[in-house]
Design a binder for this molecule. Structure first.
Ligand SMILES: Nc1ncnc2c1ncn2[C@@H]1O[C@H](COP(=O)(O)OP(=O)(O)OP(=O)(O)O)[C@@H](O)[C@H]1O
Ligand SMILES: [Mg+2]
Length: 414
């Protein structure tokens, strides 16, 4: 696949979808359109979204799909511009002065005084502050590169605002100036992808420069396609069921929702264990693959039995005359009669729909209790797309989860 990569421009949005798919990246139309425009208008794309939804992966896949070299600037707190633009290679300068000691000695040998000696050494500055001793960092490297590159500025929200300003200038001008040498201008403008986890607001100036795309959890079909594309070894029917359950877990009030990569990991884990059919027990045993907080695991363990069998609570509820059905962490696993309560199950549309209805019920009952237990963490409501997206009553049963979450976050960010 990657041997005969076409470096031609993308012909259309469909072409983007196809060429990314060849690299194992499943893109929907919205994402593909942003990529198409990135290439056509040469505008940077800013990808924002929760962890593990394929932001970084998109840059990697796009680099491969277009035959561009990938340059990555990983941002972090306290990073200064020397790590983004360039540094002088101090070690190399020192080594050269050591080796050239005699030569340097000659230059200043007959200097009558210190000031003259310093003058003479100063006249050699340009030798030591030249291209040879320049250590380019990703931004300068992207600008200087002879071949077309893709510059990934990863997790830009972690960088300080000062660095953001440097990035902005560099992106706007497509050039970097090194006072001792001169100004480098891009021969072929790099494709630029910036990613952010939304830990802080980026400047309006940066956003204005970029095409903005919020990358959310995909819909069920696309997530299944991604999982199947990873060749986890899990049968398709089981993977489909797993995707459904992961999506239900995302509807719980978890501190950290399972990401796509975690769905893939879970599928792999279950395949290794030889699981053919998902049961609450096997999911409970392996849920630590996708959830990494004790409290989240607790919530999931409570929810799994009814997520695996969405009809369970509908039937239980009906049997209890529509009680709250809470405090029943016990006694699951008894066969439920299919012979009765038909009408109820069907009212809710059965299957997936039934689970949606139950989620609402669960949240009505448990929300206050959990809210009280849930101390605010290090991050604000917006972090990782915010907690508790699932508490809103669900009105549609289909693949609207991602869209709803997107709309909610979009509203908050506006
Ligand atoms: N659309 C997709 N097609 C194929 N694989 C995907 C897709 N989205 C996510 N993945 C898988 O999920 C993994 C995690 O994605 P990635 O590292 O890009 O997440 P991210 O959004 O950059 O997360 P973070 O914010 O934590 O850095 C990838 O290695 C890839 O295997
Ligand atoms: Mg990433």
């Amino acid at each position: 696949m990657s041997e005969n990569v076409s470096t031609a421009e993308f012909a259309s949005v469909e072409d983007v979808v196809e060429r990314l798919a060849e690299q194992g990246y499943i893109a929907d139309r919205r994402l593909a359109t942003a990529v198409f425009l990135l290439a056509r208008l040469n505008r940077p794309v800013l990808l924002e979204g929760p962890a593990g939804v394929g932001k970084t992966e998109l840059a990697k896949a796009l680099a491969k799909a277009t035959g561009r070299r990938l340059l990555r600037l990983q941002c972090y707190e306290g990073q200064d511009e020397s790590k983004a633009l360039y540094e002088w290679d101090y070690g190399k300068q020192l080594l050269y002065t050591q080796l050239l000691r005699d030569k340097i000695g000659e230059i200043i040998a007959d200097a009558p005084d210190l000031a003259t000696a310093v003058e003479r050494i100063g006249a050699q500055d340009s030798v030591f502050f030249s291209d040879r001793f320049l250590a380019p960092r990703p931004l300068l490297e992207a600008i200087r590169s002879e071949e077309p590159v893709l510059l990934l500025i990863d997790e830009v929200d972690r960088a300080d605002e000062a660095l953001e300003a440097v990035l902005l200038e560099c992106l706007a001008e497509q050039q970097v100036s090194v006072p001792e040498i001169g100004t480098y201008t891009a021969k072929t403008p790099p494709y630029v992808i910036l990613t952010s986890n939304n830990t802080r607001d980026l400047s309006a100036a940066l956003k204005r420069r970029c095409l903005y795309l919020f990358l959310d959890y995909p819909d069920a079909e696309r997530e299944l396609e991604i999982v199947m594309g990873k060749r986890t070894g899990l049968a398709e029917a089981t993977a489909r069921e797993l995707v459904r359950i992961v999506r239900e877990l995302r509807g719980l009030r978890l501190r950290k929702h399972p990401s796509i990569s975690e769905t893939v990991d879970w599928a792999r884990t279950l395949a290794v264990l030889g699981v053919q059919e998902l049961s609450a027990e096997v999911l409970a045993d392996t849920v630590n693959v996708v959830l990494k907080y004790e409290r989240d695991i607790g919530l999931a363990l409570e929810a799994l039995p009814r997520l695996v069998d969405p009809n369970r609570n509908v039937l239980e509820e009906a049997a209890h005359g529509h009680g709250h059905g809470h405090g029943h962490g016990h006694g699951h696993g008894h066969g439920h009669g299919h012979g009765h309560d038909h009408d109820h199950a069907h009212d809710h549309g059965g299957g997936h729909h039934g689970a949606d209805v139950l989620d609402v019920d669960d949240d009505v009952d448990g929300a206050a209790v959990r809210e009280a237990k849930d101390r605010p963490g290090r991050h604000g409501e917006n972090y990782y797309g915010g907690r508790g997206q699932g508490i809103k009553p669900r009105t549609d049963a289909g693949g609207g989860q991602a869209r709803r979450a997107f709309a909610a976050i979009g509203r908050r960010n506006r």
